[in-house]
Design a protein around this ligand. Sequence first.
Ligand code: GDP
Ligand code: MG
Length: 437
Amino acid sequence: LTSGLEAAWTKLKGEEVLTKENIVEPMRDIRRALLEADVSLPVVRRFVQAVSDQAVGVGLIRGVKPDQQLVKIVNDELVKLMGGEVSELVFSKSGPTVILLAGLQGVGKTTVCAKLANYLKKQGKSCMLIAGDVYRPAAIDQLVILGEQVGVPVYTAGTEVKPSEIAKQGLEEAKKKKIDVVIMDTAGRLQIDKGMMDELKEVKKVLNPTEVLLVVDAMTGQEAAALVTTFNVEIGITGAILTKLDGDSRGGAALSVKEVSGKPIKLVGRGERMEDLEPFYPDRMAGRILGMGDVLSFVEKAQEVMRQEDAEELQKKIMSAKFDFNDFLKQTRAVARMGSMTRVIGMIPGMGKVTPAQVREAEKNLKLMEAMIEAMTPGTAMYNHIMYHALPWMVDCRCFASRITQLEQYIKFDESVCAYLETMSLVLLLSPFILFS
Ligand code: GDP
Ligand code: MG
């Protein structure tokens, strides 16, 4: 998925804004990437539409390129698709919280029982497991062993008792012991079948669970959509747990669950150890899918420090030569607020080549410039010269590329530094160097 999406961004390099025309190709790549990642077709369609609608006509944010903006839009839509916020487990206010786990065979239900107990125990809750998989004696043993491992009691009644009866007895036992959270393991089948659904319905009726969580193997891909829908319609679920995210799953399952069922993924399993269970963070998952990591935080920071209106106003001023040193300082400080240049550079992909010494030098120059500007008095010859002739010429960013060579006459920067400067609209910050040398 990641490499497919990267192709999409590359196609926007050199473009100035996102338009209906220039997003056609990238959107096609995004669509293909999602389908290859096993996201179901209706979900892909809705997603691509939502992204296109937003991308066209999105305003220019100074210092952020259109391809980065598209990454940001895609990211935000991915997060939204996966439910936006973290969905916390719900706990019962009276009596024990009951969590019923369902799912196909081998997806990790039994493992999740113990992992979840371990997870909740760390939050100071007492837990009890109920062994409800009566079809395989080994399943009960497995749960007992895992329970011991995490130090949580397991209620068993052998394989001769009906699951709904085991559920009833287990729940009574838990109430007697004033247990906070009861987690019931159930049997899975290779395929969805009526027997399994009926049994689950019965168990659900007896337990009246606070949470019914469908355990889904992340490798399931597209089929996850159908699976979640069926379980939700048949027994009614409150959320899902995505397991085996440590494998090389393509992420499709994560993207479809919320969209098709309206139920959030609440937790994810990322390994076989008891510690490998954590809340599902839609934003982190989106980041993982995009593989772009810090580009996003870069775009966000740029948005934060320089709101779009500010940027537009600034641009107007520059074009009409009314840009003065106060604006210049504002811009300088906006960049400074984004953190030290070293960090900012670190956030831009492909910028690894810049040495710390170069960055320190650039930072020093920036400070020097600020000091010079602060010392200048409006109305002096030098001020006027810079204000009315040199600066407007310099800050016309659209001509930036052709001026890099001219810049280089004065400052010895390598290619990557120039690209960095361009990204940050740092041409503004550099202009005085040229004028004073
Ligand atoms: P069940 O049939 O749904 O109860 O599945 P189990 O809990 O017995 O798990 C089936 C297999 O998947 C076991 O070998 C588990 O160790 C393994 N497993 C479960 N969760 C994860 C996970 O998050 N990552 C990995 N790599 N393996 C897992
Ligand atoms: Mg099992």
